[in-house]
Design a binder for this molecule. Sequence first.
Ligand SMILES: CC(C)(COP(=O)(O)OP(=O)(O)OC[C@H]1O[C@@H](n2cnc3c(N)ncnc32)[C@H](O)[C@@H]1OP(=O)(O)O)[C@@H](O)C(=O)NCCC(=O)NCCS
Length: 147
Amino acid sequence: MGVLREVVEADLPVFYEHQRDPEATAMAAFPSRDRDAFMAHWARTLANDSALTWTIVCDGEVAGNIGCWEADGRMLVGYWIGREFWGRGLATAALAEVAEIVDTRPVQAEVVTTNVASIRVLEKCGFIQVAAHVGDDGIEELVLELR
Ligand SMILES: CC(C)(COP(=O)(O)OP(=O)(O)OC[C@H]1O[C@@H](n2cnc3c(N)ncnc32)[C@H](O)[C@@H]1OP(=O)(O)O)[C@@H](O)C(=O)NCCC(=O)NCCS
């Protein structure tokens, strides 16, 4: 059985809490959004026909989210799991499921070099490293791709 379902409005406050976790933001090197900014971001995402999003569920609970979107002609994927659900294979299961649903290739993910758990998730799903770059903020990121 899969771990994905459609996003419903009631999931958003749970996603909001997940992205506020200091350990998670440090891991992803991605700052948390305040509530208004977070809800505005999700309103835009849900209204964007070229963005696909799913809620990741575990034992009936909202465990995280995963999404694909187009940016500058590239198809990108990103995901976030609530800390209490880490280490159960959920990100891997969710990404593998998305790779089955979405036909577009390549699909790319950008990940900071220090985020070894996320790099491992991508590699387990068949992504390979295709580039590395240092952003304006001095943070080094890898680009991994599923072909
Ligand atoms: C990164 C993240 C998505 C992983 O989710 P998860 O559901 O725990 O991942 P999984 O359980 O599917 O797989 C994690 C893998 O990383 C490995 N791992 C975890 N921490 C690790 C570490 N510190 N060093 C090396 N490997 C590590 C696990 O052992 C596992 O690999 P294995 O199956 O070969 O043992 C989750 O921690 C998260 O949401 N973090 C915050 C947001 C984020 O970083 N998003 C991704 C941005 S690119």
